[in-house]
Design a protein around this ligand. Sequence first.
Ligand SMILES: NC(=O)c1ccc[n+]([C@@H]2O[C@H](COP(=O)([O-])OP(=O)(O)OC[C@H]3O[C@@H](n4cnc5c(N)ncnc54)[C@H](OP(=O)(O)O)[C@@H]3O)[C@@H](O)[C@H]2O)c1
Length: 228
Amino acid sequence: MKKVGIVGITGQIGTLLEKLLRDSVDFSFGGGISSETSPTNFRDIVQNCDILVDFSRPAATIHAVELASRYGVPLVSGTTGIASSDFEKICNYSRYIPILHCANFSEGIQLMAILLRKCSAVLSDFDFSVVDRHHRRKKDAPSGTALFLAEQVEQKAQIVSLRSGDVPGDHICDFCGDAEMLSISHRILNREVFAKGALKCASWLINQKPGMYSMLNYLEEKIGDRWR
Ligand SMILES: NC(=O)c1ccc[n+]([C@@H]2O[C@H](COP(=O)([O-])OP(=O)(O)OC[C@H]3O[C@@H](n4cnc5c(N)ncnc54)[C@H](OP(=O)(O)O)[C@@H]3O)[C@@H](O)[C@H]2O)c1
């Protein structure tokens, strides 16, 4: 069984990942990293694992990517709020290891992205907006998912972020014209979907060559032309 190191082990998603690994037939738990982990332990865990899965904070993600590239360990990351200059650094490390970054590991959101691209091409004179609603503890706004959805359309996106309660993630995308509006919405019902999606991507990524990947690369290979 391949050993998975979890960066962000004490977090909402890290805790779920550890639970899923206990029941996994493909993966075992290789070690967990939190803000309390010493630099030596951080390095030892990376060195000892076959793949890393990261749901943490940008600073921890960058450090994990540096170590992963040093020891040839593929890395799946769901951390959001990464500055574009730091994201460039991460992309540079993908010359040495396979890295998959995704702002939302739900298959529904990935399908929504594909639908948005199609709608945007036809409704080019409509205004486009995204409402992103998440739990009140979320650090970044707009959400990584809202930014990802906005990237799919040709129109300039207006994004509104709401932070309330314990909402795992709701996104409503509207194309609004003079006489009609098309809305596409998605709701996460259980955070486990993120952890499960990240592990599916990990199973796929472990067999890829060095490079920068997204969840769409994994899904397109899995589902093929039915998504186009
Ligand atoms: N891509 C997706 O599908 C998806 C889904 C949900 C969330 N996310 C993103 O994933 C990230 C984590 O979300 P979450 O809700 O699990 O957050 P969380 O509950 O706040 O957990 C954050 C984790 O990161 C650790 N951490 C923070 N700073 C660190 C450092 N410098 N070094 C090592 N570990 C550090 C924390 O350790 P301590 O407990 O010691 O502080 C904790 O284990 C966020 O960016 C969030 O937006 C992505």
